[in-house]
Design a protein around this ligand. Structure first.
Ligand code: BGP
Length: 468
């Protein structure tokens, strides 16, 4: 049993998914507010109403044995307009959240950007506009100045991959586009903004550590033929390397740039001064969100097809990933899949941690891990499937630590039930149940909350161990 004594046992949320209060206290509109309102979709206007329940939520988290809380700062709550005007009420809210954490001996683990872009920036092109990087830098600087001294762990972005791919390529997130050129530009700008913030953090000598949070999808192949290995490299570049290589090594994979050019993507927007920023910026740690791996075979035929199941059981089995000329992702007939087509594969976490350790040699945190389910929350939720899922994934982490991975913490997704992007509130991940039809939004611990307390209290010693 090799977890260190300061291991962070926490859980995670994101501003848009839990805060509610979408237009309260001079908060500006976000791109998600606009997109879901305009399209008449289920939204996070109220969500878990963390804005008014934060004190109770943090107390419960602490009483549940957790010593860390990952949450994000809502940019449109803090910066009111395109001129960069600061909203004191937004800052005050996060001071109260952070102070509550500290009062309960809970480490605040802060994400600067978890996808809620101010709509005034979306109106100017969002991540397709280079000016969004400058606006982000201003936002980051305000937050560093305001909260440093209290916050020791910062991350610049949550999952650049999903916000960019879903927003600009797959089209199931705002702004809902399907354009490979835009996807490349957006990806470049978000990684540039990341680098600019890391460089500022160093220049200002902000106390603490800074990292990035990536949706880590370790890539496996169906066999080890050369064409499969080639397809795996394409998939790894697509899923992981454009975020992790940039953040950890300051490098954009050369073969990815070649492959994009071959597909007709115009890369002339890349500027030497930007690349200098990128080369210089190195994170202190990697935040890895792990939900599943990707099982890859060589591309055979057909157009690029990217389908994500945001409908749950009504669309089970419909998701598909084919990148024309690059790779195809397939389902493993021996694996179990959730109603939203996510493979349950704890060994992928073990493998992925060892690969990331070897490749980057940085401290790592599992910044999200959990399972989305339909649940009846009218009574006590006995979520044994979640307990088993978490047990097996924490077991994978302990195995990886035993074999040399430097993992410093684990955050369950999510602290309590909250809004799941495009899937709505009925896709539940929480350790604590919330009945969204209850006007009081009463919080009730699930069985997994009690179980997780034992895990945290024993520093993982009560995990049922399995080897591979
Ligand atoms: C990650 C996001 C989270 C959260 C989680 C679960 O990609 O960082 O914000 O939503 O996945 O995913 P989903 O809500 O799509 O089921």
């Amino acid at each position: 049993m090799a977890l260190n004594d300061h291991f962070l046992w926490g859980s995670a949320t994101a501003s848009y998914q839990c805060e509610g209060a979408w237009d309260l206290d001079e908060k500006a509109e976000s791109n998600w507010d606009r997109y879901l309102h305009v399209n008449g979709l289920e939204n996070g206007d109220v969500a878990s109403d963390f804005y008014h329940h934060y004190e109770e939520d943090i107390r419960m988290l602490s009483e549940g044995g957790q010593n860390a809380f990952r949450f994000s700062l809502s940019w449109p709550r803090i910066i009111s307009d395109i001129d960069g005007t600061i909203n004191p009420k937004g800052l005050d809210f996060y001071h109260r959240v952070i102070d509550t954490c500290l009062r309960y001996n809970v480490e605040p683990f802060v994400t600067l950007y978890h996808w809620d872009l101010p709509q005034y920036l979306e109106d100017e092109g969002g991540w397709l506009n280079r000016k969004t990087c400058d606006a982000y830098l201003h936002f980051a600087e305000v937050c560093f100045k305001e909260f440093s001294g209290k916050v020791k762990y910062w991350t610049t972005f949550n999952e650049p991959r999903w916000t960019i791919f879903n927003g600009y390529l797959i089209g199931n997130y705002c702004p809902g586009h399907h354009n490979a050129q835009e996807t490349t530009v957006g990806a470049y700008h978000i990684m540039l903004a990341h680098a600019m913030a890391v460089n500022l953090f160093r220049k200002k000598q902000i106390e603490g550590k800074i990292g990035i949070v990536h949706s880590y999808t370790p890539v496996d192949g169906v066999d080890d033929r050369p064409e499969t290995l080639k397809a795996m490299r394409y998939a790894d570049n697509y899923c992981n390397n454009w975020v992790l290589d940039v953040a950890a090594k300051g490098e954009i994979p050369e073969d990815l740039l070649d492959a994009l050019s071959e597909k007709g993507i115009d890369l002339s927007f890349m500027k030497e001064e930007d690349l200098q920023q990128i080369r210089k910026a190195r994170v202190d740690f990697l935040g890895l969100n792990y939900y599943s791996r990707a099982l890859i075979k060589p591309y055979t035929e057909g157009e690029t097809t990217l389908i994500i199941n945001n409908k749950g059981k009504a669309a089970k089995g419909t998701s598909k990933t084919i990148l024309k000329g690059w790779f195809e992702q397939i389902k493993d007939p021996n694996s179990e899949y959730t109603e939203w087509d996510t493979e349950i594969y704890p060994k992928g976490l073990y493998d992925g941690l060892l690969r990331a350790q070897e490749r980057y040699g940085l401290p790592m945190f599992i910044t999200e891990n959990g399972v989305g389910m339909y649940e009846d929350v009218s009574g006590y939720v006995e979520d044994d499937y979640r307990i088993s899922f978490m047990n097996d994934h924490i077991n994978a982490i302990i195995n990886a630590v035993d074999d040399g991975a430097d993992v410093r913490g684990y955050f369950a997704w999510s602290t309590f039930d909250l809004y799941s992007w495009k899937n709505g509130c009925e896709k539940r991940y929480g350790l604590v149940a919330i009945d969204f039809n209850d006007p009081e939004l009463e919080r009730r611990p699930k069985k997994s909350y009690q179980w997780y307390k034992k895990v945290a209290d024993s520093n993982g010693a009560c995990i049922v161990r399995k080897s591979y």
